[in-house]
Write a protein that binds this ligand. Structure first.
Ligand SMILES: C[S@@+](CC[C@H](N)C(=O)[O-])C[C@H]1O[C@@H](n2cnc3c(N)ncnc32)[C@H](O)[C@@H]1O
Length: 253
């Protein structure tokens, strides 16, 4: 399997930046509905979001995320993310060019790491997991919404067959197993829920254990952890990228 580089990522996402929201909107509408909102509802304290992309998560952060640093390799994606914040006077969100595999952030400085649909494209997901582990405080949590290998044999075979194409077109690996690189970096998986066709969508919480914490490995199918839409303090997702009507797209942004 071809090993992507940072240059491949930059090239692919700079090229596809203009159509990214539409493409991910399709994926979320038909496959991963709710995973993004679930992930951001877990963010609290000092937050680092890796592969912030076009910034679709930014409107979802509630005030309990006191400071958010969004890291991104693609300048074109970063420009779209910045435009999403422009003129809103939100100074608790900072967006930076950077590499999730070598973070320019101090050790043990963050409470929450967020990655939504990013690990599939990071060239070396184990290095990125180790960096997250380093930067998180003991007791901190890595929240992941991701897609990965299918649980079905046929689905997995199809995914392996088309993966070279997805890597070529969008630098995306579609058969990765997020559990292996997170546990490989030292995290303890405390929640994992799979949904979508073949269970390809992962919602995961991975903890950096505090020295005194007891280890609890939980396999959970709880999918009730969604923000309460009736709560006026609950940020609502910007669903415009889920609306596929062309006239809406012309107005988007
Ligand atoms: C599929 S997009 C997901 C974007 C966003 N997280 C979302 O939920 O819409 C993956 C993003 O990760 C970025 N990325 C990939 N590898 C990266 C790395 N090593 N460091 C920072 N960003 C990276 C890509 O440039 C791209 O914008």
């Amino acid at each position: 399997m071809y090993q992507t580089s940072n240059a491949d990522i930059t090239k692919a996402f700079n090229k596809n930046a203009r159509i990214y929201d539409r493409w991910i909107g399709l994926f979320e509408r038909y496959v991963a509905d709710g995973a993004r909102v679930w992930a951001i509802s877990k963010a609290q304290g000092t937050v680092v979001e890796i592969g912030v992309g076009s910034g679709l998560n930014l409107p979802l952060y509630s005030p309990k995320a006191q400071h958010v640093t969004g890291i991104e390799l693609s300048e074109k994606m970063l420009t779209i993310a910045r435009s999403r914040l422009a003129g809103k006077g939100i100074d608790r969100i900072e967006l930076r060019y950077g590499d999730a595999q070598i973070l320019d952030l101090p050790s043990e400085s963050a409470d929450t790491f967020i990655s939504t649909f990013t690990f599939c494209s990071i060239p070396d997901p184990l290095s990125a997991s180790r960096e997250a582990y380093r930067v998180l405080r003991p007791g901190g949590v890595f929240v992941l919404a991701e897609h990965g290998y299918s649980t079905g044999i046929l689905g997995r075979a199809i995914m392996h067959a088309i993966e070279p194409l997805s890597i070529l077109v969008s630098a995306e690996h579609i058969t990765r197993n997020p559990v292996s690189y997170l546990t490989g970096a030292g995290f303890t998986i405390t929640h994992i829920q799979r949904s979508g066709p073949g269970g390809i969508v992962f919602r995961m919480l991975a903890a950096k254990q505090a020295p005194t914490q007891t280890t609890e490995r939980a396999e959970s199918t709880d999918c009730s952890a969604k923000p309460d839409p009736a709560d006026p303090g609950t940020p609502q997702p910007d669903k415009r990228h889920l609306d596929l009507k062309p006239e809406r797209w012309l107005r988007f942004g």
